[in-house]
Design a protein around this ligand. Structure first.
Ligand SMILES: O=C(O)C1=C[C@@H](OP(=O)(O)O)[C@@H](O)[C@H](O)C1
Ligand SMILES: C=C(OP(=O)(O)O)C(=O)O
Length: 441
């Protein structure tokens, strides 16, 4: 987590070939550590993501007295302290770049007997937190934000929480999860209704830890006062990390890769649906169930993509994949229209603005709209420099553009790739991308 900047330099051409496994799912990894810490007994997980975001979650629990062995080579063991066994941290808990860590931790900390504070890096410090603070305060928590609902979050302990029924104003698995986690500490039944399906890893994993969770239609319910029992977890490869290779192999002439053990949770496969509509050639092999989550190997071969109107209902199911999908759109014949995706403006960067600017820097006709983008594709990228704005997904998406570029591409400020995908450069290079790291500015 050094301050030195790095850039990526990507040479034009190449193809992606071979078999590879991308690192563990970030959403599932955060939740494994959180529920493992709050459970009774020793939880063991395999395939955990050792990205900086997840390490922030690990360190936060260590600072609250939880023993965590590892992670090493994806293996971690957590000595759970039970729902009421956390200790007051001596200093603010630093969630780094991670929105998931900050919002889910807010739900957990709202139910503790001690005061706490959640802080983040400059990117996280700009992101909206009222979306969790407001409903948690309605449950009886006392969470104060900075001006404009931004971090830090100052959480007063010792409040008795009562369950609420809450309709999420925006589709957000992070807000849903924060409320469910606070609901473990609340008197009565917490009910969260979503306007559209979002990732359901919290619901699945709570059940894996022996906690009763009821799902009917778009509403999730649980009652406070139960216990979590330690379990074993197998974390699948992250489909959001696989997405870069799904796009890269689709746009690179001659590409043929297999991505192994990819998480195929139905609330996460929007990227496959959207690429499928664009004409991508993705085969699903060896579909199986592993530790409560569906997984499969994905075989991807180069294909001619066509522009589409992205169905708005797919947006929450592919929410982190749009930087990569829009790079694919730039290589597709005709126009691609993304709408209903205003949430992209409040991620690690404004991903609509950052992706449109990056595409234009590489000679592509990309027009921003308030809630999406219109991209005219079909040609190749030209040589240029893309500002990632410190956003890991912007950096990795534009690295793949090199596969269809007429000249080298420089991508600036890429060190945050380590938040979600440590080893990206090595893995991409081994698969055939001409990518190197430059000590930046
Ligand atoms: O719950 C999660 O693990 C996540 C939910 C999504 O955020 P929102 O809930 O803000 O949409 C996603 O963008 C993020 O990368 C991970
Ligand atoms: C939005 C993301 O993560 P987070 O909200 O956890 O920072 C992401 O990984 O793309």
């Amino acid at each position: 987590m050094s301050d030195s900047r790095i850039d990526f330099l990507v040479q034009p051409g190449g193809a992606l070939v071979g078999r590879l496994r991308v690192p563990g799912d970030k959403s599932i990894s955060h939740r494994s550590v959180m529920l493992g810490a709050l459970a009774e007994g020793r939880t063991a997980a395999e395939g955990l993501l050792e990205g900086e975001d997840v390490l922030r979650t690990v360190n936060a629990f260590r600072a609250m007295g939880v023993r965590v062995d590892g992670p090493r080579a994806g293996h971690v063991e957590i000595e759970g302290v039970g729902l009421h066994g956390l200790k007051a941290p001596a200093a603010p808990l630093d969630m780094g770049n991670s929105g998931t860590a900050m919002r889910l931790m807010a739900g957990i900390l709202a139910g503790q007997a001690f005061d706490s504070e959640l802080v983040g890096d400059p990117s996280l410090s700009k992101r909206p937190m009222k979306r969790v603070a407001e409903p948690l305060n309605r449950m009886g928590a006392e969470i104060r934000t900075e001006e404009g609902g931004r971090p830090p979050l100052r959480i007063s302990g010792g409040r008795a929480l009562s369950a609420i029924r809450y309709a999420l104003p925006v589709p957000s698995a992070q807000v849903k999860s924060a409320l469910l986690l606070a609901g473990l500490y609340a008197k009565g039944e917490t009910a969260v209704t979503e306007p559209a399906p979002t990732r359901d890893h919290t619901e699945r994993m709570l059940r894996g830890f022996g906690y009763a969770v009821e799902v009917s239609g778009s509403t999730v319910r649980l009652s406070g006062g139960g216990r979590l029992k330690a379990c074993r977890i197998d974390v699948p490869a992250d489909i959001s990390s696989a997405a870069f290779f799904l796009v890269g192999a689709s746009i690179a002439p001659g590409a043929d890769i297999v991505l192994e053990h990819v998480g195929m949770n139905p609330t996460r496969v929007g990227v496959l649906t959207i690429l499928g509509l664009m004409g991508a050639d993705i085969g699903i092999e060896n579909a199986r169930e592993s530790g409560g989550e569906p997984v499969a190997d994905l075989r991807v071969r180069a294909s001619r993509l066509r522009g589409i109107r992205i169905p708005p209902e797919q947006v929450p199911l592919a929410i982190d994949e749009f930087p990569a999908l829009l790079v694919a759109a730039a290589c597709a014949e005709g126009e691609t229209v993304l709408s209903g995706a205003e949430e992209l403006r409040v991620k690690e960067s404004d991903r609509i603005a950052a992706t449109a600017a990056g595409l234009r820097a590489l000679g592509i006709d990309a027009r921003e709209t308030p809630d999406g983008m219109i991209v005219r594709g079909g040609g190749a990228f030209r040589s240029g420099t893309v500002e990632s704005l410190g956003d890991h997904r912007i950096a990795m998406a534009f690295a793949m553009a090199g596969l269809r570029s007429q000249g080298p591409i420089t991508i600036r400020d890429c060190k945050n790739v380590d938040t979600s995908f440590p080893g990206f450069v090595e893995l991409a290079r081994r698969a055939g991308l001409g990518i190197t790291i430059r000590g930046g500015r």
